[in-house]
Design a protein. Sequence first.
Length: 920
Amino acid sequence: MSSEQRKAFPFSEFEPKWQGEWEASKAYRTPNPGDADFDASKPKYFVLDMFPYPSGNGLHVGHPEGYTATDIIGRFKKMNGFNVLHPMGWDAFGLPAEQYAIKTGTHPRVTTEANVANFTKQLKSLGFAYDWDREVNTTDPGYFKWTQWIFLKLYNSYVGDDGKAHPISELEAQGLSREEIDHRRLAYVSEAPVNWCPQLGTVLANEEVVDGKSEVGGFPVERRPMRQWMLRITAFAERLVSDLDGLDWPESIKMLQTDWIGRSEGAYVKFNVEWPTCNGKPSGNPWAPPTIEVFTTRPDTLFGAEYLVLAPDHPTSTYLTSWLTTFLHTWPKGISDKWKGEVTEAQALPGLAVQAYREQAMKKSERERQQEGGRHKTGVFTGLYARNPVAPSKLIPVWIADYVLAGYGTGAIMAVPAHDDRDFEFAQKFELPITQVVQPPEGKDWQGFTDNGMAVNSGFLNGLPTAEAKKKITAWLEEKGLGKGTTNFKLRDWLFSRQRYWGEPFPIVWENGQHRGLAESELPLLPPTLEDFKPTGTPEPPLSKATDWVQYSATAKRELNTMPQWAGSCWYYLRYCDARNTERFVGVEAEKYWMTGKCSVPSAQCSDSEKLSTPTLSTEHSAPKPGGVDLYVGGTEHAVLHLLYARFWHKVLFDLGYVSTPEPFQRLVNQGLILGEDGQKMSKSRGNVVNPDDVVREYGADALRLYEMFMGPLEQVKPWSMKGVEGVYRFLARVWRLVMEVDDEGVWSLSKALQDVPANKQLTKALHETIKKCGEDIEKLSFNTAISQMMVCTNAFTGAEVKPAGAIVTFLKVLSPFAPHLAEELNAQIRAKFPALAAKRFLSDETWPAYDPAALIEDEVEVVFQVNGKLRDKARVPIQATKEEIEKIALASARVQEFMEGKPAKKIIVVPGKLVNVVV
RNA sequence: GCCGAUGUGGUGAAAUGGUAAACACAGCGGACUUAAAAUCCGCUGGGAGGAAACUCCCUUGCCGGUUCGAGUCCGGCCAUCGGCACCA
């Protein structure tokens, strides 16, 4: 279709015009508490989009899906008397700009600025009611100054016994040593093994590694120990799970986070290893036999523990290997070769076999371990035995196997083959004993039964159901000092440093091998200017190339790592509340108002003290909500990472008294992915990508907005259809022609059918139904059904000879959140002839129309008559007809009588205004 | 394997336990036009009967249940998509 073709309505003229007017008059500026035009008597509504990474590709049609939804909500809430905060910004640090810099030498700042300019232009062409004065950019020094500031808060905090973050100064006051304090910081340095990606030249968080490859680029990732900054998110694991309860999030997302955090209750149990004896005497060595502490969720099965397993990289594995190599020169009698590992040459001695197995296991990458072949169980017997604490007479073998992970629990397990799938598989392979200790319900095999049942063969636990057995054994272990109840989490601490250039530098310097935070006054710490962004090829970050910058003082050097991209997005919603504040990351009053709705600053415009003392608060009478942002819309891809990290930071800031709510986001909605016309995921390689700019050029911004909402439910995955765009475009054209008509020259003028007359009964009903349904549907985010109702209404008006101008203006108010340009233009056209009927300024300044319930009521309704549940007849019945009257009419129906076949009615169900069902 | 979501016309979809398929797209027919586009009007789930008006039967992935009545509630399957995946 060529752009020469005459347009069905002149959107390409009036859309830019109104965008210009809105911008010039700051129509969507939102005043803050303390501003002259701030009205504290209004409730607040904070509606947030997940801010985009401004990529070089520009917007794709997935972006405007969520953005249109929030725009409609924001405009609707504003018309309903809310102070609406609806901002936009840029998550602009990140790898693509840096890799582009490596390729072309263009500084990431230049690329980022160009991309931001392009995104801004594109977003503005869609007519979103953002308050652009609040725009944030994570790469702006005025922004990342505060990202660094929050990092320092983490660095200078610890979690106390109350489970809350406290300033580190409390520990200093208690006289703790430097080392003890460093050990408790929420931001700490760790030497743990990390995911190193040579191609990207950086380490990655566990979450950024998918199937042993980097999530970005799909490059291989290897494990290697490196000195890294970690954030102690695990200290908040419990609260991150339990606080989900109060949030209006999709259950599936809550589930995803809960699973990710992976809370499980169980117990630690201590097993003592015994050195082998030689002719009844200890085999004569000075090393202490170790105690192996295991974590189990099934302490009730302790009597069934048949062997222990240590992770290959468990410290006790290392200790035992040394001991075996030094002291144990023989296997216990009668050990099968199977138990001695797969390396034949090493089977001669336990020390050799164990050493060979560990080397093999630790060489295996995460990827190899997860692949099919890597999943079959391997392991090696250490030649040593430990005592089961509940059955001291029983010695059980100690194994090393890589199906036990060092990073979870204690890195060691007690194996109960009868009631754990993995242990069962292992025991079968190595012919280890399998003892039943849980009695399953009738009809189930006890072998491999992992659910709850009743304890058997378990001494003092016998006969107890699993839950009670757990309690009893845990109490017993605690009493004897052999173990204790505990809770474990799958969640690991957050690896927070990256070896990249284009990220926030850490506000940290190193001196004499110790780290220290910069003073607040030294922020923001800008990255150095670099010509060469290439990774060094070693774990040394690119910032090391800025030799002057690195040298903080004669004796101190700067931290060379930068923060991950998640950092900036952890708190941007807070910055929106007060985006230009230079004194604080967010002003106290602004944060309090936008996050809680409470306002202690008087409205500047209302000077009478009576009004000041009684501000109406939106949250005052309802149950307090833990989350601050009223509605957060974005993709499911951030279900765990971003949303978990942001919640973590928010809780730290909450504990330290910097924010007012325990949670950031009250209501979360995930928009569904938009697929290409072929039903496949949009991608350049498939050639099915739809560019929103093209759609705007052909059909206009309103048509794009409307189509994105008309496609189907917001949360659903759905394919694009250009024919569908044309459909809503035709609808908009029909609305246009309610008001405008065209002459032979193609010049549009106000339609002569448009008159200042009241709408007739039928049109009034259609209009008020539309007001009602659209209002309700917007609240439910059911935009597709709201639009179809507007279509019904428009069709009714199209069929009318005379178009009642006042009713059409009311309709335009309802349409305006969806198609703001068209609604605004038609209102202005109507205003030229009927100034009294139209909105004075912008439709967004108008109040959402109220519907008249009386207008919805009809004199007669259609009632259907069923016989035995099958539809047989219908009749129009007066609305006020009684049950008895309706029943009489139904029974009088010839068709009803025909199908009753002369039988008497057994039962008659009458639903007034709906139906009559006669059962014979 | 485990957890979750979703299955309705040719297509996107709609339906507080009460007329299944609203609203659109595509298709077909008509009006307007020299013609086309645009626009407007009508038809459009399947099957059977009838010249026709019309009438009947079937239909919400499959099987069962609850109910006067089930797309909707319950139980069991199947398929597709998403997440997790040796977490003891």
